[in-house]
Design a protein around this ligand. Structure first.
Ligand code: 13P
Length: 250
């Protein structure tokens, strides 16, 4: 039995004040909902405050990206050890916004996965196709390529230390959710591909769905056999909505 994970990707949002309010709201609501695992990923500068407010709670936290380098002259970058310093347990790698706006290749993302893993962080590996790719009928090819980059570099067992998030790019922030059937098809494909290398890793692998997940569609999505939770953008910025998704994940 895989424990569902509901993770909030706050992206570049919030102020110190709004982050405090949001963390407070989630903390207050979470006891009742008792979902297996819940985490939030604020932008770097809010990690110290997040650690301060969430330490000792059932809610985990993580970064939205990391550098492949350990330290040195890499202006603007953040190392895995720095995420460790602020108690992060997770880190998102390969989000489509990084792949698109920062031209992150499959190989770079795989390296980030490896660096996160080596630092004891749980990487949340984002994969997913664009609308053009879906319309061209190459969704499976695209997610296979993105997944294989990590397997080729680190071996299939490395997936046991992380989480996959299937995020169709066309569903992110657009209000257009993949139907539960569309998502399930791709999730099953991903699990099947991993199973070709290791049935055991495939069975334990958590595959989250991300893309316009809201309290009112989360239950149906997470109810599918291969959907093990969600990576939530917009709806993770309101405590009530985020908690609603956590409840649905139960
Ligand atoms: P939305 O939930 O805003 O569509 O964002 C999804 C996402 O990109 C999570 O990483």
């Amino acid at each position: 039995m895989r424990r569902p994970l509901v993770a909030g990707n706050w992206k570049m949002n919030g102020s110190l004040e709004s982050v405090r309010d949001l963390l407070d709201g989630i903390k207050r609501g979470i006891d009742e909902v008792r979902v297996a695992e819940v985490a939030v990923c604020p932008t770097y500068v809010f990690l110290p405050e997040t650690e301060k407010l969430l330490a000792g709670s059932v809610i985990g936290w993580g970064g939205q990206d990391l550098s492949t380098e350990g330290a040195g002259a890499f202006t603007g970058e953040v190392a895995a050890s720095m995420l460790n310093d602020f108690g992060c347990q997770y880190v998102i790698v390969g989000h489509s916004e990084r792949r698109t706006y920062h031209v992150e290749s499959d190989e770079l993302v795989a390296k980030k996965y490896a660096v996160a893993r080596a630092a004891g962080l749980k990487p949340i590996l984002c994969i997913g196709e664009t609308l053009e790719e879906r319309e061209a009928g190459i969704t499976e090819q695209v997610v296979a390529r993105q997944l294989d980059a990590v397997i080729d570099l680190e071996g299939v067992d490395a997936l046991a230390d992380g989480v996959i998030a299937y995020e169709p790019v066309w569903a992110i922030g657009t209000g257009k959710t993949a139907t539960p059937e569309q998502a399930q098809d791709v999730h099953a494909f991903i699990r099947g591909r991993v199973a070709q290398k290791s049935a055991e890793v495939a069975e334990g692998l958590r595959i989250l769905y991300g893309g316009s997940m809201k309290p009112d569609n989360a239950g149906e999505l997470i109810g599918k056999p291969d959907i093990d939770g969600g990576l939530i953008g917009g709806a993770s910025l309101k405590a009530e909505d985020f908690l609603g998704i956590c409840t649905a994940a139960n």
